[in-house]
Write a protein that binds this ligand. Structure first.
Ligand code: PLP
Length: 431
């Protein structure tokens, strides 16, 4: 598989390099040089396969011969060794595609676990040298990445998160593990955490010294993994509803949406997508006015989407350009906290308990869906991850899944730090 750097198109790397580098020169994102293309016949064959076989096949279309099919299947099987996504009917023409049945109860388990498999596979070529994974999280990446790499040899993971801006359970899920997982609460916003990570990546000396890698959705392996579940969604949709499918995606860093668009670019028949955001509406405003004008990040009840400078947006634009799709066909919208709360209540009335992120996607889908269309919104996290918020809004007691129950008594092991790069740099070199 060949990928080029969106900021320097002459920089071409293969898949293993893209995984190890994370970002290219000038912090540019890597993007596939070629999109695999499937015809109707291929599609029908794919749809008949089980999830692991199908996912390995899709991934091998992209990755090519850099990893043999047998090894890839083995790795995919280890990565996706948890309860599969479920399609749950919510209204007569809308279903939720629940991606939160993995070990850390968010869709990010798919990307993080596949990335950890691929990184450990390709690190064998380098005699298993020490790798430092540095990543910023707005809530759920931290848990998914920490669990995916927990106790893995020759990998240490350092996670930055905005102090006090993620839910208590989100924090407990990744800041209590210890061993090769270090967590740092930054006195600032997610964007400030992300900026620190970017600075570290721009620091050639540091990068070499500590074998720096990122596990954010800038890493192409995460996006490729997520393509797989869009095919699963399609396979679960009853035949009669398979025309005019609209998928609404709750967006933060826009990785999930990029993966969906990549699935469409291969030939998965999705009519259109909706990019749903909370009050951090840089992209909805960009799509309306053509102007990129990020505002300071606002804290909302859908905190995993509190991002005002989404990293993956250049990939979305590139994809539309390359496919000659019109950007004005991309649905979009921004939903306030107040509207999100009302939507959660509305969903409860029709018998579906959700959480703020998915509710945002649902609201925009319901508003935009026409009679001849069938809509999915992505359930990106388990409601129990936002227990306090959901319980307060809906006036209910949420049952807590087993994974979260055991966390109540465990202690937070996080360090505290101001958003100051030289502090972080010293920390990375000294620990
Ligand atoms: C990360 C996350 C999102 C945003 O996904 P992106 O791929 O960053 O756009 C949405 N909802 C939840 C619950 C998340 O954890």
């Amino acid at each position: 598989m060949k990928l080029y750097n969106l900021k320097n198109r002459k920089e071409i790397v293969n898949f293993s390099q893209a995984i190890k580098l994370g970002l290219g020169q000038q912090q540019g994102l890597f993007f596939p040089l070629e999109f695999p293309k499937i015809n109707t016949n291929d599609l029908n064959k794919l749809l008949e396969m089980d999830f692991i076989t199908r996912s390995s096949t899709i991934l091998s279309y992209f990755i090519g011969d850099e990893i043999n099919k047998y090894e890839l299947t083995k790795r995919v099987k280890s990565a996706f060794s948890f309860t599969l996504p479920k399609l749950v009917q919510v209204t007569h023409n809308i279903s939720c595609f629940e991606l939160f049945h993995g070990p850390t109860l968010a869709f990010k388990d798919f990307g993080a676990r596949f990335m950890s498999q691929m990184l450990s596979y390709f690190n064998q070529d380098e005699n298993n040298k020490l790798i430092t994974i540095l990543t910023a999280t707005s809530g759920d990446t931290g848990a998914a990445v920490a669990h995916a790499f927990y106790r893995m040899n020759n990998v240490r993971v350092i996670i930055l998160y905005p102090k006090g801006k993620i839910s208590e359970l989100q924090e407990k899920l990744f800041c209590t593990l210890g061993k090769n997982i270090t967590t740092i609460a930054i006195n600032g916003s997610f964007d400030e955490c992300q900026t620190l990570v970017k600075k570290a990546f721009n620091d050639t000396e540091l990068k070499k010294n500590i074998g720096l890698n990122s596990a954010n959705s800038i890493n192409i392996s995460r996006l490729l993994a997520q393509i797989c579940y869009y095919f699963e969604a399609f396979a679960l949709i009853p035949n009669k509803n398979r025309k005019n499918i609209v998928i609404s995606v709750p967006c933060g860093n826009f990785g999930n949406l990029t993966a969906g668009l990549l699935a469409k670019s291969m030939g998965l028949p999705i009519s259109s997508f909706i990019a749903a955001t909370n009050a951090n509406d840089t992209i909805p405003r960009l799509l309306k006015t053509g102007i990129w004008q990020p505002n300071p990040t606002i804290s909302t009840i859908s905190n995993a989407m509190d991002i005002s400078q989404p990293n993956n947006w250049p990939r979305v634009e590139e994809l539309f350009l390359r496919k000659h799709w019109e950007l004005n066909k991309l649905g979009f919208g921004s939903v306030s906290d107040l509207e999100t709360k009302d939507t959660l209540i509305e969903l409860k009335k029709i018998g579906y308990i959700s959480e703020p992120h998915a509710a945002i996607a649902y609201k925009l889908l319901r508003e935009k869906l026409t009679d001849n269309q069938f809509g999915l919104f992505l359930g990106t996290a388990h409601p129990a991850k936002f227990k306090n918020t959901v319980e307060n809004i809906l006036n209910i007691i949420l049952p807590v899944p087993k994974i979260l129950k055991n966390l109540h008594n465990s202690h937070l092991l996080s360090y505290n730090m101001r958003p100051n790069f030289s502090k972080l740099r010293n920390f990375l070199l000294d620990t």
